[in-house]
Design a protein around this ligand. Structure first.
Ligand SMILES: NC(=O)c1ccc[n+]([C@@H]2O[C@H](COP(=O)([O-])OP(=O)(O)OC[C@H]3O[C@@H](n4cnc5c(N)ncnc54)[C@H](OP(=O)(O)O)[C@@H]3O)[C@@H](O)[C@H]2O)c1
Length: 469
């Protein structure tokens, strides 16, 4: 993988770029007029990501260390910075993010005589350097937040290969980019920055961006991948590191917006929720229900103790309201994929399990993700089970689309989508029920509302709304 330098990496845009690049494991060399300042910033980045491959140095040294050099300095320092690294960047790609703003009139388009800053850079560096222009319309704050960036990157360049190399890096950072043509077209993106500054001021937009429309809506896609190479889990195993190791072995990394769906079974296993039936003494209620359901009394004892309320009993079936509020068969207790004579209870608190896993995975990956603990659950009045969210962290489990308009402009009045259940169901297609041994799936591309507070209880219909009791 190419190493990257950011000249001006101690600043707003360069710093945000450096943060995002180190978070996805890229090798970054921060270049500054003051090497000590660059080193201090590199140390700061290493505090957030101890494994980060990041150095700080003077401009020439950083440029010399890298295959691709980003330039994020004020226009006043543009030519001078490029002249300093002229030798070091020969044969390399230089990604110019500079906007020729001339303070104080930064809301006025004032392009230089050569047409734009990127063309000036190309003229100054000579034919041995491939200059690509990018990132002029992305706010540093948005980029540095680590979250999804609401805006596209317009990339200009004369050499398609260099442009595509840069676009791949942008895509790895979670950014959508478009090749807008030759380097001279950078004039449009550079000019657009002043337009966005005007919009920010006039309409108090925060950091306005651009989004290219026209891409077919049907192009929306969802990637659901079972994670291969996970071990068999036992009590006290570290699920988060096992997931990180398996991702690494697959050459994958978590990205912002990913949803990690984990089968309840492995969460219960690592949390020590396996119970040997021989150790359970059934009480009178369990014995009575066991006689009516034709189930083993110790198993029924566990169902009773895991439930708020037993709702229906039939031969082979006990439907109950689990202590977490979910209504399902056998209180979610499962005997498959556990040792002989043992069964597995749901985690004590599936939301808390999801939260812990999310925190650990976010810490190690730097990506902002959501986690769902899922189980296969039957639905009232329908045959068959589907993957269902029983624990959620990092997302709103419901997507409230009321107030949006349909194709005919009619306002949606009642559309609230159980998006966490839909994601769990999609993941269950690859997670597998039986001997697949793939209890974790990464779902990429799902639309959901990120949220740190909400748990799965939002999906449970309040008792007072139950028309069938
Ligand atoms: N900020 C944004 O949201 C944003 C968005 C898109 C594009 N841009 C463009 O990206 C470039 C950098 O913007 P920025 O906001 O990141 O700028 P900044 O924070 O003011 O400066 C970036 C870095 O440039 C270096 N620098 C070199 N010569 C300088 C000089 N004469 N005066 C001040 N700093 C100098 C400084 O690093 P050392 O002191 O370490 O040398 C500084 O930390 C600009 O061309 C800007 O138009 C910015």
């Amino acid at each position: 993988m190419q190493s990257l330098a950011i000249l001006g990496g101690t600043g707003a845009l360069g710093g945000a770029l450096a943060k995002r690049l180190t978070a996805i494991g890229r090798e970054v060399h921060i270049g500054s007029r003051d090497p000590a300042k660059a080193q201090a910033f590199a140390a700061e980045l290493r505090r957030d990501h101890p494994d980060a491959q990041v150095t700080g140095s003077g401009l020439r040294e950083a440029a010399a260390r890298a295959d691709i050099v980003f330039l994020t300095v004020p226009y006043a320092a543009h030519a001078d910075t490029l002249k300093q690294v002229l030798e070091e960047v020969q044969g390399k790609v230089v990604v110019d993010a500079t906007v020729p703003l001339r303070p104080p009139k930064v809301g006025l388009v004032q392009l230089p005589p050569a047409g734009c800053a990127a063309v000036e850079a190309a003229q100054l560096l000579g034919p041995g350097v491939k200059v690509v222009s990018a990132l002029q319309n992305i706010g540093a704050e948005k980029l540095g937040s680590g979250g999804a960036v609401d805006g596209d990157v317009l990339v200009a360049g004369d050499e398609s290969e260099a442009v595509e190399t840069v676009r791949t890096i942008l895509s790895d950072l979670g950014l959508t980019s478009w090749h807008i043509g030759p380097l001279a077209n950078s004039a449009a993106t550079e000019a657009l920055t002043s337009v966005l500054i005007q919009l920010n001021r006039r309409y108090k937009l925060g950091q306005a961006g651009v989004r290219i429309t026209g891409k077919s809506r049907s192009a929306a896609s969802l990637q659901v991948t079972a994670l291969a190479g996970l071990p068999l889990f036992a009590k006290d195993d570290d699920l988060a590191s096992a997931i990180e190791i398996a991702l690494g072995a697959a050459g994958e990394r978590l990205q912002d917006g990913d949803v990690v769906v984990v089968a309840q079974k492995v969460v219960s296993k690592v949390e020590g929720r396996a119970v040997r039936l021989i150790d359970v003494s059934p009480g009178a209620e369990a014995n009575d229900i066991a006689a009516r359901s034709l189930k083993e009394p110790p198993l029924v004892e566990l169902i009773v103790s895991e439930s708020q309320e037993i709702m229906r009993i039939a031969p082979g079936l006990v439907i109950s309201r689990h202590r977490t509020g979910h209504v399902l068969a056998n209180a979610g207790i499962d005997a498959s994929n556990v040792g002989e004579g043992s069964v597995l209870l749901w985690p004590e608190d599936p939301d808390a399990s999801a939260r812990r896993l999310r925190e650990a995975l976010q810490r190690s990956s730097g990506a902002r993700i959501a986690v769902i603990v899922s189980d296969s659950v039957g639905r009232a009045w329908r045959m068959g089970t589907t993957g269902t969210a029983i624990g959620v962290a990092g997302m709103k489990p419901l997507r409230d689309r009321r107030g949006e308009v349909d194709l005919f402009g009619r306002e949606l009045k009642a559309t609230v989508v159980a998006v966490a259940d839909e994601i769990a169901a999609a993941a269950s297609l690859v997670i597998g029920e039986a001997a697949e041994g793939t209890p974790v799936s990464i779902v990429r591309g799902a639309t959901y509302e990120a949220d740190d507070e909400t748990g799965v209880s939002e999906l449970l219909r309040p008792l007072e709304q139950d028309l069938f009791r």
